[in-house]
Design a protein around this ligand. Structure first.
Ligand SMILES: NC(=O)C1=CN([C@@H]2O[C@H](COP(=O)(O)OP(=O)(O)OC[C@H]3O[C@@H](n4cnc5c(N)ncnc54)[C@H](OP(=O)(O)O)[C@@H]3O)[C@@H](O)[C@H]2O)C=CC1
Ligand SMILES: CC(=O)[C@@H](O)[C@H](O)COP(=O)(O)O
Ligand SMILES: [Mn+2]
Length: 379
């Protein structure tokens, strides 16, 4: 029986994780559920899955939620509550499905407490990959990827000699505007940007997908998860999102992982690894699909991906700045304060103003992150 805590249970990954649990209820026990402000859904989840504790973003939400929870459910709140629910329940695995680098302290606390991590919250690894990976190694806990591309690479590497990997390739759908030129991006709306062709996801990652910042974050995520150099990580546009990513070995063999775009497969694999179990997802029928398309990445069309590689190669505090500037710019775009193309302008300017900090610890990362958000909020 796997004992789970889910951070971000009310979001796209969180609800799909609970779907996986509901599909195989004997295999899981839910110890903690943490949400932001969607208390209606959190109450429903608590009634169905009976966690020992729940957490909400703000203290002011406690009175609204408490009377509706099963008797005996602890209610926590805020940053401290998130850390407590991540670290201080009897869960053996914590699924990190909060959006953004605000998930960092809870993830580190869970690792410190010896919990394995099912990692969806890629921003944590981007902003502090060196700290997260070291802490996990010191504590002997596993970081199991949930992100579809990283799950694919993880599956392709199963049983292989890592020294014989030549390169990995992360596939990218191209996002909502994949068939538009840069000129055609002037004046696009939030609603258009939120219309991802293949995946139904939270708002922030859907915008990241359209700017290709998502693939940039994933390149940095892959560097930490698989211990690769940036020259060993490629990106290829693949509009159908059927090949989720692949590995090329020194003998030029390529091993890929395929499937219909459904996050319940990588989520479940992170929870059952090394076992595989049936999922309620559809089978892939390649004959029905007929063909798959591929297109070389164009770094002029997608400058956010270039900024991510540059930040990753610069290392130290640069990825923290890339991530924080991106999070702020995306939030401003979603609020209607800046245009779609302003997102990349904001990131570029904040990166150009940053003086890199060597080997930042948690406090330095928090300081750099706050600085980058402040800069990005005013450009
Ligand atoms: N969606 C997908 O298919 C994929 C997502 N990912 C990654 O997974 C992570 C989650 O993405 P996704 O599920 O799409 O995002 P969503 O926006 O759908 O969900 C975000 C979750 O975070 C919670 N949250 C927000 N603010 C707070 C807070 N202050 N304290 C506690 N919880 C908070 C939300 O709660 P509430 O709604 O209650 O406010 C919600 O449960 C991201 O890092 C994303 O990049 C990776 C691969 C695929
Ligand atoms: C489902 C998933 O893992 C997302 O990160 C997805 O990859 C987004 O799609 P693109 O970034 O390829 O458009
Ligand atoms: Mn992904």
């Amino acid at each position: 029986m796997k004992k789970l805590t889910i951070l971000g249970s009310t979001g796209s990954i969180g609800t799909q994780t609970l779907d996986v649990v509901a599909n195989d209820p004997q295999a899981y026990e839910i110890h903690g559920l943490a949400a932001g402000s969607n208390i209606k859904l959190l109450i429903e989840q608590a009634k169905q899955f009976r966690p020992k504790a729940v957490c909400v973003a703000e203290k002011s939400l406690i009175d609204d939620i408490k009377p509706h929870l099963p008797i005996g459910t602890r209610v926590l709140y805020g940053e401290q509550g998130l850390i407590e629910i991540a670290a201080a329940t009897d869960a053996d695995t914590v699924v990190t499905a909060i959006v953004g680098s605000r998930g960092l302290s809870a993830t580190l606390a869970a690792i410190e407490a010896g919990k394995n991590i099912g990692l969806a919250n890629k921003e944590t690894l981007v902003t502090a990959g060196h700290l997260v990976m070291k802490s996990a190694a010191d504590k002997g806990v596993s970081i199991l990827p949930i992100d579809s591309e990283h799950s694919a690479i993880f599956q392709c590497l199963n049983g292989e000699n890592r020294a014989q990997v030549k390169r990995i390739t992360l596939t990218a759908s191209g996002g909502s505007f994949r068939d538009r030129t840069r000129e055609e991006l002037e004046g696009v709306t939030v609603a258009e940007a939120l219309n991802h062709p293949n995946w139904s996801m939270g708002a922030k990652i859907t915008i990241d997908s359209a700017t290709m910042a998502n693939k940039g974050l994933e390149v940095i995520e892959a560097r930490w998860l698989f211990g690769l150099q940036y020259d060993e990580i490629d990106v290829l546009i693949h509009p159908e999102s059927i090949i989720h990513s692949y590995v090329e070995f020194v003998d030029n063999s390529i091993v890929a992982q395929l499937g219909l775009p459904d996050m319940r497969v990588p989520i479940q694999y992170a929870l059952t690894y090394p076992d595989r179990r049936p999922t309620p997802t559809e089978s892939l029928d390649l004959a029905k699909l007929g063909s798959l398309r591929f297109r070389e990445m164009d770094f002029d069309r997608y400058p956010c991906l270039r900024f991510a590689y540059e930040s990753g190669r610069a290392g130290r505090s640069a990825p923290t700045v890339f991530n924080a500037a991106n999070e702020t710019a995306v939030a401003r775009f979603l609020d209607g304060a800046i245009t779609f193309l302003d997102i990349e302008r904001v990131i570029e300017q904040v990166l150009s103003r940053h003086v890199i900090v060597d080997l930042p610890d948690v406090a330095a990362i928090a300081e750099v992150d706050a600085w980058a958000r402040k800069e990005a909020a005013t450009i």
